[in-house]
Design a binder for this molecule. Structure first.
Ligand code: SF4
Ligand code: SF4
Length: 447
């Protein structure tokens, strides 16, 4: 690895708020995970209460959808979504009533029931996999990693760290995985301090650095604790960087086309650990989570948002747009998706909203490549980003594959340094999609 990624100081945005005002309209998509869409269980005109199941699906790859609001169903139709597509959604007019379904805690449930509760609660990982499936991938797993390298999201849960840790323990119990490793950024001093002061089973947690060849296994051999915390570099491991997380923290490298479970590792997030606690100890389905709002807004903050709340209401809770918004990007300015309307709702995998001004968007207009090779210098995967992007731009996806486009982890480092503002990540991601589509078509044709 040539250098650390995203090494800027963590911004001081640890101010966490809840939105008090009800949105005029809540848009609750029937698919908020990577899998089968749910069929709506309600009809237009129905009154719903908090926690009521709105969508159910059959099959092995599902995540139920519940209502975070009381209200009336206005319509069930295709609505804007942060994925960039229009998704079938239940559109509600929320009301002030605080009525909820009966939340039934099951603290003493056996492991098989714990997995069922996690499934029923509709909990989804930050990388869109339903948590009950992530925990039971059908392979031999020895380590559950909690990716706590999104500092602002982790900070939002530090006030309920005991619940996050309890939820993580419950995940270990439900999955039968013997060891847990919580991964923090080495420059996230606030989280490191909080974890150092936290206890599991009455014992302080071991917080260790990942240095050189000393991976998490090195420390796990020395301590009897089921859970340890490691501070691993200055990288925020986004969903496309799961293999890098496994390699850097566990020392288990993955060839192309493999995933962490292939090296006996499963990854979860901080949000899902807290959601597992809520589901098992309080009987609550997954209804809300923390989202960071940064960029051109008046009061950048971390906000606890109910799923289905339109992005414009979240922006309003942060003091509104600062100037004329140019672009609203969900889940990262480099690897995220620019939404075409701020009516699109926050969903289960939303971690961040970035607003760019019109001036920033114009400033970022791409010009021609000047062949400076800065993108090559910074690429942690030793790729030729400018070359791959140019070939993607010309539709030469076979050439992109030959230049290992599929190895790109979409970290965005190349785009950050590119003086020509080339849209490197978007182009490379597009080429990856095309390569995968070609691959799937070939498999289908030979079957
Ligand atoms: S090509 Fe991919 S892996 Fe390399 S720097 Fe760019 S985004 Fe990161
Ligand atoms: S950094 Fe930008 S301008 Fe320089 S070689 Fe890469 S794509 Fe071209």
């Amino acid at each position: 690895m040539k250098r650390s990624l995203h090494s800027k100081e963590v911004a001081n945005l640890s101010d966490v708020i809840k939105i008090d005002k009800l949105p005029e309209k809540a848009i609750i998509p029937m698919r908020q995970h990577d899998g089968i869409a749910c069929a709506p269980l309600v009809k237009k005109g129905a009154e719903v209460i908090v926690g009521q199941k709105l969508g159910e699906c059959e099959g092995s790859d599902l995540a139920y959808v519940h209502s975070p609001f009381c209200g009336t169903v206005n319509s069930i139709e295709l609505m804007p979504n942060p994925s960039g597509k229009r998704i079938l959604s239940v559109v509600l007019t929320p009301s002030e009533c605080a009525q909820t379904v009966d939340f039934v805690p099951e603290k003493d449930a056996p492991p098989s029931r714990l997995i069922e509760i996690i499934k029923e609660a509709g909990i989804v990982e930050y990388y869109e996999k339903p948590t009950y499936l992530a925990l039971k991938p059908g392979k031999r797993i020895d380590t559950l990693l909690m990716n706590a390298t999104f500092p602002l999201i982790t900070h939002a849960y530090l006030s309920s760290l005991d619940k996050v840790l309890e939820g993580f323990k419950l995940m270990l119990e439900a999955s039968g995985i013997s060891r847990g490793v919580i991964v923090l950024r080495a420059d996230d001093k606030e989280s490191i301090k909080a974890f150092k002061n936290a206890k599991v089973d009455g014992k302080p947690l071991t917080v260790a650095p990942i240095v050189g060849m000393r991976h998490a296994d090195y420390y796990l051999e020395d301590v009897e604790d089921q859970i340890i915390v490691v501070a691993a570099g200055k990288i925020t491991y986004t969903p496309t960087m799961m293999n890098l997380l496994s390699a850097n923290v566990m020392g288990r490298k993955l060839p192309l086309g493999y995933e962490p479970p292939d090296v006996h590792v499963v990854v979860c997030g901080v949000k899902s650990a807290k959601a597992v606690y809520d589901a098992i100890n309080e009987g609550k389905p997954y209804l809300e989570s923390a989202v960071t709002v940064t960029g051109a807004v008046n009061n950048p903050k971390t906000v606890i948002v109910k799923f289905g709340t339109p992005i414009k209401d979240v922006i309003e809770a942060c003091g509104g747009y600062k100037g004329e918004p140019g672009k609203v990007i969900v889940n990262g300015s480099m690897g995220g998706v620019a939404v075409y309307t701020d009516e699109a709702p926050v969903v289960k995998n939303t971690v961040g909203i970035v607003v760019q001004t019109e001036a920033e968007v114009l400033r970022d207009e791409a010009t021609v490549c000047i062949h400076c090779a800065r993108c090559v210098d910074v690429c942690p995967m030793n790729l030729l980003p400018g070359r791959i992007a140019a070939m993607a731009d010309m539709g030469m996806f076979d050439r992109c594959r030959e230049y290992f486009a599929l190895n790109c982890i979409e970290c965005g480092e190349c785009a950050v340094v590119c003086p020509a503002k080339r849209h490197l990540v978007q182009l490379i991601r597009y080429s990856k999609l095309q390569i995968m589509n070609q691959k799937n078509e070939t498999v289908e044709a030979t079957e």
